[in-house]
Design a protein around this ligand. Structure first.
Ligand code: MTE
Length: 304
């Protein structure tokens, strides 16, 4: 077990973010301009005005070069290596408790959904944060396509295991594959968002292309990358990080500044790029959408 092992996502930001990562106001404005141009060339995505960030966007170069993707390696520098992950053909297996188990090609899936742009805050459990413009579609649309049975209580995401492209899979220290999950009512929540784009382009492999999920009210490890299988289950799944260390990384993993990680405070977060420290908000500021989900679950460990 990895109890004493130092994980990549625990590397202090000071050690991994170069000095040049400091943004000035001009840089941010230039970033925003580039976004609107790129946005214009993104096919069929309409910005959803409900999901605005309330803070400056993280510059694309930081969001796409400072990544957690353990299948490649456990540093933050996976972006070069991740280019080896082939994004097509790409299929997603739908199985478990649903009307018709089947495998669906991502391009066929894309023809069946309505995409939109959403700006979300992302809060990693390591206390860094970014604000990024995603393109994608609500998970609820995928649920309608999949037609889960009433007995399905959880949805489980399994991610790619390409042994040729992903050297991290050779590490026996991790319980591959990377698995994450949600209760069905969380999955049906409007905020749960399947991501296919980032900054007006296809989502790059290092950020979880061609299909990942974004769950902005939860710590970032819940947002599984490069999804290849979605299973509907009656029982709560054992998830990747919970399987490694349940006392530090639970199933619910909702953001809460008042509940410390056993080894560090979650009260504040460092904004990627600027290194500015800002207060963390409960449910990462998305309580109006999701707090109701947990009213009947007060006895659970909701925040770790
Ligand atoms: N998904 C897979 N398959 N493998 C991973 O290592 N890391 C998680 C999550 N999804 C991870 C994953 C963690 S810890 C975080 S914070 C986010 O992806 C990081 O997403 P980003 O690299 O796009 O910022």
């Amino acid at each position: 077990m990895l109890i004493a092992r130092h994980r990549g996502w625990e590397i202090p930001e000071s050690r991994v973010t170069p000095e040049s990562a400091m943004l000035n106001r001009r840089g941010l404005l230039a970033g925003a301009g580039a976004l609107s141009i790129a946005g214009a060339v993104t096919a069929h995505a309409t910005p959803n005005p409900k999901f605005t960030a309330g803070r400056d966007l993280t510059e694309e170069k930081y969001a796409t070069t400072y990544n957690n993707y353990y299948e490649f390696n456990d540093s933050k520098s996976v972006s070069q290596q991740a280019q080896a992950l082939k994004q097509r053909p790409w299929t997603i297996k739908l199985d478990g408790l649903l009307k018709t188990p089947r495998t669906i090609d991502i391009d066929d899936l894309m023809k069946q959904v309505q995409t939109e742009d959403r700006i979300y805050r992302h809060r990693c459990v390591e206390a860094w944060a970014m604000t990024v413009p995603w393109t994608g579609f609500s998970l609820s649309q995928l649920l309608k396509i999949a037609e889960p049975l009433a007995s399905a209580k959880y949805v489980v995401f399994e991610t790619a295991q390409d042994k040729t492209a992903m050297p991290g899979l050779r590490s026996p220290n991790y319980p591959w594959p990377y698995v994450e999950g949600l209760a069905m009512d969380e999955a049906a929540n409007d905020l749960a968002f399947m991501v296919t784009g980032l900054y007006g382009k296809a989502v790059p492999p290092q950020n979880g292309g061609p299909l990942r999920i974004a769950l902005p009210w939860k710590y970032g490890f819940k947002s599984a990358k490069s999804i290849v299988k979605i299973t509907f289950a009656e029982k709560k799944p054992m998830t990747f990080w919970e399987g490694i260390q349940a006392s530090e990384y639970g199933f619910w993993a909702n953001v809460n500044p008042a509940v410390s990680h056993p080894r560090w405070s979650q009260a504040r977060e460092r904004l990627l790029g600027s290194n500015e420290m800002v207060p963390t908000q409960i449910y990462n500021g998305y309580g109006e959408y999701v707090a109701g989900l947990y009213e009947g679950r007060k006895s659970e460990k909701l925040f770790m």
